[in-house]
Design a protein around this ligand. Structure first.
Ligand SMILES: [Zn+2]
Ligand SMILES: [Zn+2]
Length: 333
């Protein structure tokens, strides 16, 4: 079958002879339709992370149609369209039993420590697939998982209806946080040096931070989605006394922080990694199915597999989410 494989830093290519996935008794096989690209894929692509083996199949954000079910699976069926939850927690360790599956040390992460989903077909434990409507748009399949990341950060922050919040970084993760805040009835502002990204956020109803103000206002809730130390500094500067800074951006670079500042201002700093199974995918399913959040508005048109290399090369500089459209693979024999 076909797959898009990573060979070396900045080198990906489509191959035709990738082995078929093995469907275990508790698995389903999904014929992939759409796969989104995000910062963690790009850190691998750039050579900042090393895959377990080469060539390596990347990708963790996406979905498709079930084409086979394992012998023990009773609650999924062939033909169902599903989104994949790509962090497969063990469900048995103390963290998992406490409901904090994001802290599971045995977690399989598709595309990172376990083969990813940029392939014609993938096998996934049935309980980590989420049935959506049969005509669910491919753009929604591509952005459902990063939306779950954003929504779990919003949940963990404690922000509520009517609260104003600043989102630092208007990459796709920043935009999904802002959309989640809007859906909650909070009032999101956004800041990013990339003008096109701020303009995209503005077109979705998010306020541009700092416009028309002499002094930059402070916010009771700040979400840092970009990662670099300068973005952390902006977040700390923008948070109001007794406020909460929620960190989603990942950077290994040390930041400047004075404990006196945190203590005197009574700040709360919350790290938010992915989501907890099953609550955050269930919540995201509910939001996508029953509200007007429409995350696909932050996604641009899909890129064909043969152009995957340029999609990876350009993903950091484009506004909105990049994704690979694999539907052409599914219609060919
Ligand atoms: Zn991602
Ligand atoms: Zn676990």
């Amino acid at each position: 079958m076909k797959a898009i494989v990573y060979l070396a830093p900045q080198q990906v290519k489509e191959v035709e002879d990738w082995p078929e996935p093995f469907c275990g008794p508790g698995d389903v096989v999904v014929a992939m339709r759409a796969v989104g690209l995000c910062g963690s894929d790009l850190s691998l692509y750039d050579g900042h992370r090393v895959p377990p083996s080469l060539p390596w199949v990347m990708g963790h954000e996406g979905g498709g149609d079930i084409v086979a079910v394992g012998t023990d699976v009773t609650d999924r069926k062939v033909g169902q369209r599903v989104v994949i939850e790509p962090n497969i927690s063990c469900l048995e360790c103390p963290a998992c039993r406490a409901g904090v599956t994001s802290d599971c040390k045995q977690r399989l992460i598709l595309g990172m420590n376990h083969p990813g989903i940029l392939a014609e077909r993938v096998a996934v434990p049935a309980g980590f697939t989420w049935p959506v409507q049969d005509d669910c748009a491919d753009e929604v399949l591509a952005c459902f998982e990063p939306l779950a990341v954003a929504r779990s950060a919003v949940r963990r922050s404690g922000v509520g209806r009517g609260d104003s919040a600043l989102v630092v970084g208007a990459g796709s993760q920043g935009i999904f946080v802002a959309l989640s805040l809007l859906a909650l009835g909070a009032v999101p502002f956004i800041t990013d040096p990339h003008e096109g990204r701020v303009a995209l956020a503005e077109s979705l109803g998010v306020h541009r931070a700092g416009s028309g103000e002499d002094t930059f206002p402070t916010f009771p809730y700040v979400f840092e989605t970009a990662g670099p130390p300068a973005a952390f500094a902006s977040a700390m500067q923008a948070v109001a006394s007794t406020g909460t800074v929620t960190l989603i951006g990942l950077s290994h670079q040390p930041v400047q922080l004075s404990t006196a500042d945190v203590v005197r201002r009574g700040l709360r700093i919350v790290g938010s990694i992915i989501y907890d199974h099953p609550r955050d995918f269930a919540d995201t399913w509910e939001a996508v199915s029953t509200t007007d959040i429409r995350p696909e508005r932050a996604v641009h048109s899909g890129v064909l597999p043969e152009n995957a290399a340029s999609a990876f090369a350009e993903a950091r500089s484009t506004a909105g989410k990049s994704w690979i459209d694999l539907t052409g693979w599914q219609s060919s024999p």
